[in-house]
Write a protein that binds this ligand. Structure first.
Ligand SMILES: *Cc1c(COP(=O)(O)O)cnc(C)c1O
Length: 459
C-alpha cells in the first residue's frame, strides 16, 4: 500500500517509512492512497474472535509490504500481552442502547496504549532489521507521553523525548512520565500549553538539518500507524453489537482527532457506522467547525479533561483531506490560512464532514454532573474525558446502539472524579506504587533552540 501526504507534495512512501517518518516533509500527514475494504462476510467473521486476531485481520492490508502475516501476528501478540484484561477492549452496558468501550486496561491506563504498544513492537522490529537508530520526539497533553515512554523504555534502537506542558498534566500522568529509570526515555516539561509543545515538535520536523542529523521520528497521533491501530476496536465493538447486520454509532471524547478519525477509516473500510459523534469539552473548536465551517483557534481554557484541551487539532487535516476529495493543494491552502488565524471549510466539504460526523460539547459543570450521575445510574466511575463523551452521547441516542469510548481509567484523574462523586478511584494493584517512585523532572523553555540543545546533549 502506498501512503501520500494530505498536502500532496511529499515523497510517496510504503508503510515502514510512513511509520518511521511521522510528519510528511511538506508539513502534511500521511494517509493511504486508497483505503481497502472488508466484505460483509469478512466483517461478520470477526465477531467473537480474540482481539489480537481481529487486529491482524483489520490491519493486514495496510502493513502487508512491511511484515509477513506471522511476524505481524507476533508483534500484535506481544503488544497486548501486558494488558490487564483478557478482552483487551471490553464493552459494558451503561443504559438502554448505550455502551461503554473500555480502552483503559493497558499499562498506562489510557487508550493511547493500544497504538503505542504496537508501534513500539513495530519500530523495534523494523529498526533492528535495518540496523538503524532513531530519536523519537512527541508532544503530549499527558497520556501520549506516558504511553510512548512505557512502550519504548529499554529498547536499543530508540531514544524518546516527550514534551509536556509544565504544571498542566495530572500527577498520575506526570509520574508515569518522570519515573521510568531507563536511560533512553526523557520527559521535558515545557513552559506553555499543549499547543506550544506540539508546535515545537512540528518546528523540529521542519528544521531539516536537525531532523536529519538526529534521525527524528514521531509517534504523535500524526503518525498514521497510531491511527491504524485504533481502527481495530471499532471493528471489535461493532461486531460484538451485531455489525455488519446492524448499524452502530460511536461517541468519541476528542482532542487531536486521531481516535475518532480511526472510526472514519473503519467506516470507509465497510463497517456500518451510522454516526461518529465528536465530543469536546469547553475547548470546542471542532464542535464549532463541524457546525459552522469556521475553524479559528482561540486560547486554550484548561479543563478537568486536560487531554482534550486543544485548539489546533492535527488529525482534523486528515478528515479535511477526505472531505476535499484528496485535493492536496486545497489542504495546503487551508493550512496556510490557519497560520494566519483560521479558515472556512467550503460548503461541499462541510456537507461531506457532516455526513460522517455529528458533534457536541460538555461544559465543566456538565462533565462533573455526568460523572456523578453515571455512578448513581449504572455503578460506573467515569474519567472526566469519558464523561464528556457520555454527556454528548445522550443527545444522540437512538435506534442503533451507541458506543461511547472510555478513553482513560478514572484513577488517572482522581481529583476530578472525587470532586464529582466523593469516591477516590484507586489505581489498579499493578501500579499502586507509582507515588513512591523517584521522579526526574527536566524543565525547558518554550523555544526551539532550547529544546534541540537538550536533545543534542542527551543522545
Ligand atoms: C488523547 C486523549 C483523548 C483525545 O484523543 P484524540 O485522539 O487526541 O482525539 C481523549 N481522552 C483521553 C483520556 C486521552 O488520553
Amino acid at each position: 500500500m502506498r501512503y501520500i501526504s494530505t498536502r500532496g507534495d511529499a515523497p510517496i512512501l510504503g508503510f515502514e517509512d510512513t511509520m518511521l517518518t511521522g510528519l510528511a516533509r511538506d508539513g502534511g500527514l500521511y494517509v493511504p492512497e486508497d483505503l481497502p475494504t472488508l466484505s460483509r462476510g469478512d466483517i461478520a467473521a470477526l465477531a467473537g474472535l480474540p482481539y489480537e486476531e481481529v487486529a491482524v485481520r483489520v490491519m493486514a492490508p495496510f502493513v502487508r509490504d512491511a511484515f509477513d502475516e506471522a511476524t505481524f501476528a507476533g508483534l500484535v501478540e506481544r503488544a497486548y500481552a501486558g494488558f490487564g484484561h483478557d478482552a483487551r477492549a471490553p464493552l459494558k452496558q451503561l443504559a438502554p442502547n448505550h455502551f461503554l468501550l473500555e480502552l483503559f486496561h493497558g499499562p498506562t491506563l489510557a487508550f493511547k496504549d493500544f497504538a503505542m504498544q504496537l508501534i513500539g513492537q513495530m519500530f523495534e522490529h523494523t529498526l533492528t532489521k535495518r540496523g538503524e537508530r532513531v530519536t523519537i520526539v512527541g508532544a503530549t497533553s499527558g497520556d501520549t507521553g506516558s504511553a510512548a515512554m512505557e512502550a519504548f523504555r529499554g529498547l536499543d534502537a530508540v531514544d524518546v523525548f516527550i514534551l509536556y506542558p509544565h504544571g498542566r498534566v495530572s500527577e498520575v500522568q506526570r509520574r508515569q512520565m518522570t519515573t521510568p529509570a531507563e536511560a533512553n526515555v526523557h520527559a521535558l516539561a515545557i513552559d506553555g500549553h499543549f499547543d506550544d509543545a506540539q508546535a515545537r515538535v512540528k518546528d523540529m520536523f521542519n528544521h531539516f538539518d536537525f531532523r536529519d542529523r538526529v534521525r527524528l521520528a514521531g509517534v504523535n497521533s500524526i503518525n498514521f500507524a497510531r491511527v491504524l491501530a485504533q481502527v481495530v476496536y471499532y471493528f471489535s465493538a461493532a461486531t460484538a453489537l451485531g455489525a455488519p447486520h446492524r448499524e452502530v454509532s460511536f461517541t468519541v471524547p476528542t482532542g487531536n482527532f486521531g481516535d475518532i478519525f480511526a472510526g472514519h477509516i473503519a467506516k470507509r473500510m465497510g463497517l456500518p457506522i451510522r454516526q461518529l459523534v465528536v465530543a469536546t469539552n469547553q475547548n470546542d473548536i471542532l464542535h464549532r467547525c463541524l457546525t459552522t465551517g469556521e475553524y479559528r483557534p482561540g486560547t486554550v481554557e484548561p479543563s478537568i479533561s486536560p487531554s482534550m484541551d486543544i485548539q489546533v487539532s492535527s488529525n482534523f487535516e486528515r478528515a479535511l483531506h477526505l472531505a476535499y476529495g484528496g485535493d492536496g493543494r486545497a489542504i495546503a491552502q487551508l493550512m496556510a490560512e490557519l497560520k494566519e488565524g483560521g479558515f472556512t471549510v467550503s460548503q461541499g466539504a462541510l456537507q461531506a464532514l457532516q455526513e460522517v460526523y455529528a458533534s457536541g460539547r460538555a461544559t465543566e459543570a456538565e462533565t462533573t454532573a455526568a460523572i456523578g450521575s453515571y455512578l448513581k445510574r449504572s455503578g460506573e466511575l467515569l474519567c472526566p474525558h469519558t464523561a464528556v463523551g457520555t454527556h454528548v452521547a445522550e443527545a444522540h441516542l437512538g435506534d442503533v446502539p451507541m458506543v461511547t469510548l472510555a478513553t482513560a481509567h478514572p484513577a488517572k484523574f482522581p481529583d476530578a472524579v472525587e470532586a464529582a462523586t466523593g469516591v477516590r478511584p484507586a489505581l489498579p494493584p499493578r501500579m499502586a506504587d507509582l507515588f513512591d517512585r523517584d521522579e526526574r523532572i527536566t524543565r525547558v523553555e518554550n523555544d526551539l533552540a532550547a529544546v534541540e540543545a537538550v536533545i543534542d546533549a542527551r543522545i
